[in-house]
Write a protein of this length. Structure first.
Length: 316
């Protein structure tokens, strides 16, 4: 039976709506920023210290976006007050439970990783507010020989978190468009792209610095990988079974979500940034960075909405 008034944002087979898209977007930003920060520290150690704009942006936004994303997810649950049970009762057969485990480890390691990078600032705060609590200095000293392994673990966790957002949707087996093995990789690289856009927005007043140059060098192959994965995603649907072909027709065969994809995801998110970088003389100015990075970030958010909503149009 069809709903009385179906709309692009409300239809019978819809289970997860717009807050989940925002949640997926925020998690991607956190994973992307952490990944870029660690790569900067590995390939340009002199640039990746506590004074780095990228590292400071990661310090503020990586934990903040995770916390906001989890709050959105918790409040969106049918019984949000029971969410705490997931934090203590794990199930290796539940994608949600595995995600909770990943979030907990990710946050714990990130706190340690950031504390070592900003060790002098942490110790100053400890001396000012908790002068007798010398355990902080002792623990940070113990961690010094393990700083590089901790950073390697942080990189692995960031990659896993970026891919997890795709696994979360691909586990919905009754939705053929979402049940796609390409989705975790697509969300990982689009998350790194969003992290790069956020970092460049933070550097817009000085778009010619060495950190911005490093991010631009990484951003180009990441965007092309994102385009390749998008193409592979749809080709896989076109070559799939009847359910996948029907889901592809529902998503790109015309209608609201087809226009959303071509204008929003492809046009705003991919073509506009690529064309402006080549054709706009002011592309490397603060206003150019704001325009290009803003368009790229918008495209990643619109991609999350497209995958989530168009993916729920068809059920098998």
């Amino acid at each position: 039976m069809n709903p009385v008034n179906p709309t692009p944002f409300h239809f019978e087979s819809l289970v997860w709506d717009w807050p989940i898209a925002v949640y997926l977007f925020l998690i991607g930003i956190s994973a992307g920023l952490v990944t870029l920060s660690i790569l900067l520290r590995r390939y340009h150690p002199a640039l990746g210290g506590a004074q780095s704009t990228l590292i400071r942006t990661t310090l503020v936004l990586a934990p903040t976006t995770i916390i906001l994303g989890l709050l959105i997810l918790i409040l969106h649950l049918t019984r949000p007050w029971t969410f705490w049970k997931l934090m203590f009762h794990y199930s290796l057969t539940s994608v949600m439970s595995m995600g909770v485990m990943l979030f907990q480890v990710y946050m714990a390691v990130m706190v340690v990783w950031l504390a070592k990078i900003f060790e002098s600032d942490v110790l100053k705060l400890q001396q000012r507010w908790l002068p007798r609590f010398t355990l902080v200095r002792t623990v940070l000293g113990w961690l010094t020989p393990f700083q590089r392994p901790i950073e390697t673990l942080m990189l692995v966790l960031a990659v896993l978190l970026g891919a997890y957002t795709g696994f979360l949707l691909s586990a919905l087996k009754s939705y053929p468009l979402l049940n796609n093995p390409i989705l975790p990789a697509l969300f990982l690289f689009s998350g790194i792209s969003s992290g790069a856009a956020v970092a460049l927005l933070a550097m817009f007043r000085d778009p010619h610095n060495k950190e911005a140059h490093f991010i631009h060098k990484l951003e180009t192959p990441v965007v092309w990988l994102e385009i390749f994965l998008l193409a592979a995603f749809f080709v896989g649907l076109a070559l799939g079974d009847d359910g996948k072909m029907r889901s592809l027709a529902a998503a790109l065969g015309g209608g609201f979500w087809t226009w959303w994809f071509w204008i929003g995801v492809v046009g705003i998110g991919l073509l506009i940034p690529m064309l402006l970088k080549r054709l706009l003389p002011q592309a490397a100015t603060p206003s150019g960075v704001l325009l290009i990075s803003g368009a790229s970030l918008t495209g990643v958010l619109l991609l999350r909405f497209f995958i989530l909503y168009a993916g729920q149009l068809t059920v098998v």
